[in-house]
Each structure stands twice: as C-alpha cells, then as structure tokens.
Design a protein around this ligand. Structure first.
Ligand code: FAD
Length: 390
C-alpha cells in the first residue's frame, strides 16, 4: 500500500531515497532547507581551481518531476508521527527518513566559533565556505603558509582533508610556488596515507608537511583575529587557515531523539531504522553505520537499502539483509587519482566489512593508472549526481 514518507535532507542520502521511494509508488515529501545543493565531492577541485561552483550545484526539479513533493524549509521538531517545519507547517508520516548530514561542533576547539569560520573556513559543507576558502587562496601572497587542521575520527569523508591538501598544492605550485602547506592533524594515521604521501613527493616535493599529534600536531586553540593556530608545542601564523572541527549529526537528529552520547545515530544494518526511536530511519553521515565511512557513496547506497526496507515494512513484509558498497576516489591532481573500496555485509543487525572484497589502489603504479583512476572519479561523480539529482 502507498505510505506517507517524509524525508528530511536533500543531500546524497535524502535525494536518492526520496527518488527511489517515489519510484516504488509511495507518497514522498522531501524537506530541504536550501533551494539548491552544492556537492562536497569535487568541491576540493573547485578549491584547486579546475572546477567551478555551478558545475557542482544541483536543484530538485528532476525529483519534483518524478512526483516527489519538495518543501523548501527547515524541519525543527519531530513529534509522534509528524514533522514540524520552521514555517509552522506540520507533515504527518507513516515513516520518517532523516539524512540531514553533519553539523560542525563549534564548542570543541577553543577559539573556533561560528564567527571564526568566516576567517578560518572549514569548507566542510560545500557552498559559501568553499568559495571563501578559494578566494583566500587566490588573494594569498606567494610564500604564504596554508594550515589545514583535520579532526579526529569519525568525521565526514576521512580522505577529504588530504585530497584538499593535494589540490591546494596543485593550485599553489602553478601560481605561488614558494608557499607551504602544513597539516596539523588530530590523529596518528589517515585514510590512504601511503598513496597520498607517494603523490605528494612525486607531484609537490617539499610543499606539504604533515604533523601527527605525537609530533606536536594536535591543534589546541585558534585565534582568528591574529590568524594564529596553536598546538601543544608551537604557534603558527597562517596566511590561510582551513580548520575542520569535530562534527556530529545535524540538529534535527537530536531534536528527533535519535542521537546517542557519541553525537551520532545508532541504526539497524538491515533497515537503517533508529535503535532509539521506532519509525524513524537515519542514513548518510548522521548515522553510525559501523565500519562504513561517511561518504556520498555510502549515503547513496544506504538510501537505496533504506528505501527498499521502508517499502517492505509499509507492506508488512520482512526486509532482506543487504550488501553495501563504498568507493572513495581521491584526486591528488586533475589527472592523478586513487581509491579505497569496501564491501559490507550484515549480521545480527550490524554491518561488517567483507574481508578481501575491497582494497586500495596499488602503490608505485605508473602515471597511466593514476590518470585512468582520475577518469573513473569523474565518471563516478557524473553517475552518482545523475542518480540523486538529475
Ligand atoms: P548531506 O549531503 O550533508 O545532506 C544533508 C542535507 O540536509 C543538506 O542539504 C542540508 O541542508 C539538509 N538539512 C539538514 N538539516 C535540515 C533540516 N533540519 N531541515 C531541512 N534540511 C536539512 N564523499 C564521497 O563519496 N566521495 C567524495 O569524493 C567525497 N568528497 C568530499 C569532499 C569534501 C571536501 C567533503 C567535505 C566531503 C566529501 N564527501 C565525499 C562526503 C560527502 O559529501 C558526504 O558523505 C555526503 O554529503 C553525505 O550525504 P548526506 O545525505 O548524509 O548529508
């Protein structure tokens, strides 16, 4: 039977889920705060100077044409069987699906407030923050210091800060080659580290330094007025500071009561229904999906699993145990990319990584392999944005 499903958040997770639920025949309302969506994937290429903001911006016209009812506004409250919006509108549902993404924690790093982000952009939600970081790099003098401060795990897009360092290096090496990039990290190791380090020494020798906490890299405090980044041992005066703070599930998830003490939303690996509140499903960055990383690929894969599970539940049938897939491409230059891939199964409601099914691009591969992977990255982006938005 036709169910009323409200989807909150029109990012990779929510847009995909809304579209698939509408195709199955349900009555779907998509609530999204913004009239257009700017993708984080390829936003580092905008910062790197070889993609434009319009190329990574999508609207919801195609979803509306397929029968999704779009409501532009913010969901503020979730009650028993209904969502309330900032306009006062109340949307009743049989099932609610939340894909609201992350919010930056402005209480986690001393000095890094919402106002500070206007001087030291995180650019961890694509849009004005992306444009700000790019403009700061364009205005910077040759020889300037760019500080990038990635958070501890878990956070949105584990390889993202290092892809960003690479593409900023790409931008600077052609235009301001005396500049330096310093990554002050909150963790001892990062995603695809050997592949990134190989790319940095091949493409940008001497330009990027990475300092883990054991070497004094942990950022303890920032001062946006003087553009100072303070670690346990040192102070750095940055020309550009890209501070990526710790994150948590977006506010509406807390309002709905589906977050736990970690700030994320524990869910079933079969249906993505909340462990805490029945009838509410959470996908994408906001959920804690065990070993699955927080990526657009994961959000899109989870959306399809959740859509099929919601359909089964609305028809009174038992959902099937899913298999999920994630691939994360990272560009180190426009024609140089590599990947990590994983396959995920479900047992006892928890997701696990299928051993030996995923893997990493090889180290020491010839340039042709790296440029082929850059081509695959672009086709992946075209495929996923078409499936979600076009
Ligand atoms: P989002 O895409 O954040 O969407 C959430 C939406 O919900 C937003 O549009 C927001 O406006 C809306 N919203 C939130 N609260 C409300 C509310 N209360 N009412 C109404 N609307 C609301 N992933 C990859 O797979 N590959 C990549 O190459 C890649 N590169 C990345 C590079 C960078 C620099 C970054 C930061 C991330 C990257 N990612 C990548 C990760 C990817 O962007 C996220 O994992 C993905 O966007 C998660 O989708 P989502 O649907 O969970 O959340």
């Amino acid at each position: 039977s036709r169910g009323r499903v409200v989807v909150v958040g029109g990012g990779f997770g929510g847009a995909t889920a809304a579209r698939f639920l509408a195709r199955i025949g349900h009555d779907v309302t998509l609530v999204e705060r913004d009239p257009a969506y700017v993708t984080c994937p390829f936003s580092n290429a905008v910062i790197g100077g070889f993609y434009s903001m319009p190329e990574i911006t999508f609207d919801y016209a195609a979803l509306e044409a397929e029968g999704v009812r779009l409501v532009t506004g913010a969901a503020t409250e979730v009650g028993d069987g209904a969502v309330t919006l900032d306009s006062g509108e109340v949307l009743p549902f049989d099932r609610l699906l939340l894909s609201p993404g992350v919010e930056m924690r402005f209480d986690a790093l001393p000095g890094y407030t919402e106002a500070a982000a206007q001087k030291m952009p995180h650019a961890w939600k694509a849009g004005p923050q992306t444009a700000l970081l790019q403009a700061q790099l364009a205005d910077m003098e040759d020889g300037g210091l760019v500080v990038i401060a990635p958070p501890a795990n878990p956070y949105r897009c584990p390889p993202g800060p290092y892809e960003r360092a690479s593409l900023i290096a790409h931008y600077l090496s052609a235009r301001k080659p005396a500049s330096k990039i310093l990554i002050l990290d909150a963790k001892e190791a990062f995603s695809k580290q050997p592949l990134f380090e190989e790319a940095w020494s091949t493409l940008y020798p001497g330009m990027i330094d990475w300092i883990p906490p054991s070497m004094g890299g942990r950022v303890a405090e920032v001062d946006p007025t003087t553009m100072t980044v303070v670690t346990d041992f040192d102070r750095y005066e940055a020309a550009v500071a890209n501070i990526i703070p710790p994150q948590q599930a977006a506010t509406i998830a807390r309002a709905a009561g589906v977050t736990d003490e970690t700030g994320w939303c524990p869910v079933s690996g079969v249906t993505f229904e909340s462990d805490l509140v029945a009838g509410i499903h959470v996908i994408g960055d906001a959920c804690f999906a065990g070993v699955m990383p927080k990526s657009a690929f994961s959000a899109n894969a989870q959306a399809k699993v959740a859509a099929v599970a919601i359909d089964a539940l609305l028809r009174g049938e038992a959902p099937n145990s899913p298999k999920l897939l994630n691939t994360c491409y990272s560009l180190a230059a426009p024609d140089y990319a590599f990947t990590v891939a994983g396959v995920y199964g479900e047992a006892d409601g928890k997701l696990f990584e299928v051993e030996g099914a995923g893997g990493l691009s090889p180290l020491g591969a010839p340039a042709a392999v790296r440029s082929a992977e850059a081509e695959y990255a672009r086709s992946w982006y075209a495929t996923i944005t078409t499936e979600a938005f076009a």
